[in-house]
Write a protein that binds this ligand. Structure first.
Ligand SMILES: [Zn+2]
Length: 257
């Protein structure tokens, strides 16, 4: 059953990319949108019931752009598919802005302490002046902070007369920057999603679902995710031991000489 769900996911992605007939786009957009919404509601529930052998990482997503939640959700889905092909299971946590719709957000799960298996992703409007490299798509601060530029995805899609595909390109950009976090610095390559510059060829690869991590990169990504999981498990074990000790420690009775 676990394989069925994973394969179904991949098969859907491929089928979607191949159906690049203009009159089908609107219908597919609605369908993918609905799947995205359903995915937001049900993916965690489905995965909770299934034992997925892939190592899980969680991404806290802060969207500072005009991109709609649906566009961001579809981008997350594409990035999750690419990282899924590399052997990871991604869980996306959409963080509410501090003031949402003029209302102060009281309970924000993204303000809880970061775990070793957490990554923080910012979706920014456009390229910012900063001291970090990789400013074409975004930038990454190892080990946990990544930023991507929504404007890059918009411009790439417009250049290709393919604005419908903005979320797919944004998803590839997210996978690229998360790749930097997991592969370390100087992790560009001559092929796949870690290429430093994307021309029309790479964008077409992105739109057909073929802009992926190489086999060697996938192995390194899996090893890094397993290392982070191990660190997190150790932290949890230590926390449980502390809790047990505190619970079992006899209550001190004041002594009077
Ligand atoms: Zn890069």
């Amino acid at each position: 059953m676990k394989i069925g769900i994973r394969e179904q996911d991949r098969a859907f992605g491929r089928a979607f990319r191949r159906q690049r007939i203009p009159w089908l786009r609107l219908g597919l957009g609605i369908m993918v949108g609905l799947v995205g919404v359903i995915n937001l509601v049900s993916s965690d529930a489905v995965f909770a019931k299934v034992t997925d052998p892939r190592t899980m990482l969680r991404v806290r997503v802060n969207n500072y752009t005009q991109a709609s939640p649906l566009i961001v959700a579809r981008a997350e889905r594409e990035a999750g598919r690419i990282l899924g092909e590399a052997g990871l299971r991604m869980v996306w946590l959409d963080c509410p802005m501090e003031h949402y719709g003029g209302v102060h957000v009281q309970q924000n799960p993204c303000l809880e302490p970061l775990e070793a298996t957490d990554i923080v992703l910012r979706v920014l409007p456009e390229r910012a002046q900063n001291k970090f490299q990789d400013t074409v798509f975004g930038f990454a601060v190892v080990p946990i902070f990544a930023s991507v530029y929504y404007d890059y995805a918009l411009r790439s899609a417009k250049r290709d007369n393919d604005e419908f595909e903005v979320p797919v390109i944004l998803g590839c950009v997210i996978a690229h920057e998360l790749g930097h976090l997991l592969l370390g610095s100087n992790s560009h390559s001559g092929s796949g999603v870690m290429q430093p510059q994307w021309g029309r060829k790479q964008v077409q690869q992105a739109l057909t679902g073929g802009l992926l991590f190489t086999h060697a990169q996938s192995k390194r990504i899996q090893a890094e995710a397993e290392k982070r999981t191990s660190v997190q498990n150790t932290r949890l074990d230590e926390q449980r031991i502390r809790e047990v000790r505190q619970r079992d420690e006899p209550e001190r009775i004041p002594q009077n000489d």
